[in-house]
Design a protein around this ligand. Structure first.
Ligand code: ARG
Length: 467
């Protein structure tokens, strides 16, 4: 047995005669990825040691030795000089073994009244809680950019689509604010998930609780949790908080992906509505004219990973009997990758939007293509002539047909042609795209005044979130 294997064996006592197979070590070790949890692990151990001493379970001298030792380890970990050992499986055993190597006997008392099962659940919750907080900050930053750009583009007319067919003119500001609403819901999802997460597993021990007179309220408070988790079996087997993060992240990633898809589409020469900042595009080594929206494509593409991580953890958990099973060690890599990916995509999306150049002339020209004001014509017949909407719709459809036959726009139909279609029809019924959007003043509608109000309201909602 190597020295390290002996150290590992030593951690779970004497009833193993031989060391693990090399393949066992390979499949068993999580240190390669869970070393990322070292700040949370040190924090949890400090809180645990303080509580043990406060309750007279370890001596004040042991506590001080542990806290000093942990501080020294923290410095090594932060400096990158801490040597991780795969034979010590995970971050918890690595830190405990190194602590004991440094301070001796008191290090061996730290694990009193706890288990790696409640320890890992606590560490992971602390990590995910920070990730939720960061997601909220980044989402709010993105919404702020959207509110600013929407206000500036409140009167920029563009075609609105359904089925990706030109439907009715809208304003670019209004379209951007649609994404503002999505990302505000994402903020609320992460904030809500954080409330559910915020119960401390520490003290559940392996699964049944402990016979030591621990104070779970103290460790919960020290770690910023609202309360201790109520049931020890649930505390060590629950990964809902990770699922909540992944589900919220997956939905946010889908929103980001839809936005990215529109940026890709709008920046084609065929659409030409926007130009991505050069800094977020790439050229082609063979086609000199190309300007590819790579960053937007990657935001769209990376959503697949985040969605996949949610699926993977759901499947990992679905057949697990209570309480902890080693399968649960598979919870971390997907979450880590989802966190990194989401944060990158949120930052990149905000930066792309902030640096986007808009071509209002192209947008306005496109807004009229495809008889997008046909609804306005029908609405005019209802509003001005008292027609029933279904009849007005029929007249507008005939006007579109007449324009199609003449290969002209609706507004180019003369008074006589209009009268022949419906005796009530006059040229005044034909709104241009600006008049069309200006008329859509209903609450939540696309009229420029409404859009300006909505951008202000969105900023106010962001401000309320700060409180
Ligand atoms: N490395 C483990 C994990 O990530 C820590 C908990 C292990 N607990 C145990 N009883 N083997 O889940």
């Amino acid at each position: 047995m190597t020295k390290e294997t002996k150290a590992a064996r030593d951690l779970w006592g004497g009833h193993f005669a031989s060391g693990p197979a090399p393949l066992m070590e390979k499949i068993n070790a999580s240190i390669g990825f869970d070393k990322r949890l070292w700040p949370q692990d040190v924090r949890g151990s400090k809180a645990h040691a303080r509580m043990l001493a406060a309750r007279g379970i370890i001596s004040a001298a042991d506590r001080d030795a542990i806290l000093e030792g942990l501080a020294a380890l923290e410095a090594e970990l932060a400096a990158g000089s801490f040597v991780f050992d795969a034979q010590l499986e995970d971050i918890h055993l690595n830190i405990e073994a190194r602590l004991t190597e440094r301070i001796g006997e008191p290090g061996r008392r730290l694990h009193t009244g706890r288990s790696r099962n409640d320890q890992v659940a606590t560490d992971f919750k602390l990590f995910v809680r920070d990730a939720m907080d960061r997601a909220v900050v980044l989402l709010k930053g993105l919404v702020a950019v959207l509110a600013d750009r929407a206000e500036a583009e409140a009167a920029t007319v563009m075609p609105g689509f359904t089925h990706l067919q030109a439907a009715q003119p809208v304003t670019f500001g209004h379209h951007l604010l649609a994404y503002g609403e999505m990302f505000m819901r994402d903020v609320s999802r992460f904030a809500d998930a954080r409330l559910r997460l915020n119960e401390c597993p520490l003290g559940a021990a392996a699964l049944a609780g402990t016979s030591f007179p621990i104070d779970r309220a103290e460790t919960a408070a020290a770690l910023g949790f609202a309360r201790p988790a109520a049931n020890s079996i649930d505390a060590v087997s629950d990964r809902d908080f990770a699922l909540d993060y992944l589900a919220s992240a997956a939905i946010a990633a889908v929103h980001l992906s839809r936005l990215a898809e529109e940026l890709v589409l709008w920046s084609t020469p065929q659409f030409g509505f926007v130009r991505m900042a050069e800094a977020f595009t790439s050229g082609s080594s063979i086609m000199p004219q190309k300007r590819n929206p790579d960053a937007a494509e990657l935001v769209r593409g990376k959503s697949g990973r985040i969605i996949g991580h949610l699926q993977a953890l759901l499947v990992t958990l679905k057949g697990l009997p209570l309480a902890y099973s080693k399968d649960m060690q598979e919870d971390k890599e997907g979450v880590f990758d989802a966190v990194d990916t989401l944060e990158l995509c949120l930052e990149a999306s905000a930066a792309m939007l902030a640096t986007l150049t808009v071509d209002p002339a192209r947008m306005r020209a496109a807004a009229g293509i495809g008889y997008t004001t046909a609804t306005d014509l029908a609405d005019w017949l209802v509003r001005v002539k008292g027609a029933a909407f279904r009849d007005a719709h029929g007249s507008a459809a005939r006007a579109v047909k007449a324009a199609e036959e003449r290969a002209c726009g609706l507004h180019e139909l003369d008074a006589e042609t209009l009268r022949a279609i419906d005796p009530r029809l006059e040229p005044a019924a034909l709104l241009d795209v600006d008049a069309s959007v200006a008329s859509r003043t209903s609450l939540g509608g696309t009229a420029p005044d409404r859009v300006r109000e909505a951008a202000l309201a969105l900023r106010a909602r962001l401000g309320e979130l700060e409180q």
